[in-house]
Design a protein around this ligand. Structure first.
Ligand SMILES: N[C@@H](CCC(=O)N[C@@H](CS)C(=O)NCC(=O)O)C(=O)O
Length: 206
């Protein structure tokens, strides 16, 4: 498999999942401004959507959309526990978290990165993020990870998104359980490997 990524972008989530699952893969860096590949070539020919992540499967098919990709990865190694088994109530909890992260958090961070976004839009995004983090903070009471004591692909995704807080100057000090959760995930050997491979270790989440 080949993962198309940009350092520190949401593609870090499937990157973590691939390493946690112990699957064989290669990485190809994408320049998101020019939509070209580091090795040369047009990224739009790989993924017409133009954004990362994209995962080229062993049969040549290309899978896009982070939440779909991480579930695919987890299902290649069910014994990894990265996703509960399909059809179980826990699997729908995983889907619930992945959807919440992608639509309620990931996309709320986007305006904070944009030089063109108006101040009012950024303020509204910050207040949306804060309300979502309140929910997560309460949920993490007595739990190591979103689904309990086992790390899943939802944790890799949430870690990836909240890792943007440093770059966007979004202060997480109001949420101590979330801070401890991020530190717990940042210490995982496979997470460190993924971050090192993307050149991110010096910018790791607090
Ligand atoms: N819906 C997509 C969104 C992916 C996304 O927002 N990717 C960002 C990086 S975090 C990107 O590549 N942005 C560049 C662009 O949209 O041109 C997913 O969940 O995979």
């Amino acid at each position: 498999m080949k993962l198309y990524y940009a350092p520190g972008a949401c593609s870090l989530s499937p990157h973590i999942a691939l390493r946690e699952a112990g699957l064989a893969f290669t990485l190809e860096k994408v320049d998101l401004k020019t939509r070209t590949l580091a090795g040369g070539g047009d990224y739009l020919a790989v993924n017409p959507k133009g954004y990362v992540p994209a995962l080229q499967l062993d049969n040549g098919d290309v899978l896009t959309e982070g939440p779909a990709i991480v579930q695919y990865v987890a299902d290649q190694r069910p014994q990894s526990g990265l996703a509960p088994a399909a059809g179980t109530p826990e699997r729908y909890r995983l889907a619930e978290w992945l959807n919440f992260i992608t639509s309620e958090l990931h996309k709320s961070y986007s305006p904070l990165f944009s030089a063109d976004a108006a101040a009012g839009w950024k303020d509204a995004a910050r207040s949306n993020i804060a309300r979502r983090l309140d929910v997560i903070e309460r949920h993490l009471d007595g739990k190591s990870y979103l689904l309990g004591e086992r790390f899943t692909v939802a944790d890799g995704y949430l870690f990836t998104v909240l890792n943007w807080s440093g770059w966007t100057k979004f202060d997480l000090s109001k949420w101590p359980r979330i801070q401890a959760y991020l530190a717990r995930i940042a210490a995982r050997p496979k997470v460190r490997e993924a971050m090192a491979a993307e050149g991110l270790l010096e910018n790791a989440a607090a």
